[in-house]
Design a protein around this ligand. Structure first.
Ligand code: RB5
Length: 153
């Protein structure tokens, strides 16, 4: 069973709920990393929880939601092994898997409505990484992480 972790700030609560429901309908195991109320919170705190779990292998994949998705993307992509993709349409959601093998999907809760968010998650889940030349490109990102000292040699 695929293990997912999903988190948002206050700008992404409704979309986070819809994403969790979509994942659970598909039989996934889902950890809700919060936030769970309307109070203003800081998006990096939730990016750290979700991206940390994916980076350490405690979750297979993750979803992050903030108002625009921009801050969550910035924070999540600091983590070694994390490939977080901010997407706004189904083409981007599909390509983020087929070419980039994104292991975290990032959505903007003030950018997409709930039905659109459900479609984006579904497109991402249904797509398959194509490997080949795309794997070579991801290998270059992994090599860069080593060069920058972000992972053990
Ligand atoms: C919070 O107001 C907002 O800045 C946050 O949700 C996000 O959009 C940041 O990138």
């Amino acid at each position: 069973m695929q293990r997912f972790v999903v988190g948002s700030d206050h700008g992404g609560i409704d979309v986070k709920g819809a994403v969790i429901a979509t994942l659970e309908r598909r039989g996934a195991q889902v950890v809700d990393a919060g936030t769970n109320g309307p109070a203003s919170v800081d998006y990096p705190d939730f990016a750290v929880k979700v991206a940390g779990m994916v980076s350490r292998g405690e979750a297979d994949q993750g979803v992050l939601v903030c108002g625009t998705g921009i801050g969550m993307s910035m924070a999540a992509n600091k983590f070694p092994g994390v490939r977080a993709a901010l997407v706004t349409d189904e083409f981007m959601a599909r390509m983020s898997r087929e070419h980039n093998n994104a292991n975290i999907l990032v959505l903007g809760g003030r950018v997409v409505d709930v039905p659109t968010a459900e479609k984006l998650v579904t497109a991402w889940l249904d797509a398959t990484f194509e490997g080949g030349r795309h794997q070579s490109r991801l290998d270059k990102i992994t090599a860069l992480e080593r060069e920058l000292g972000l992972v053990k040699q």
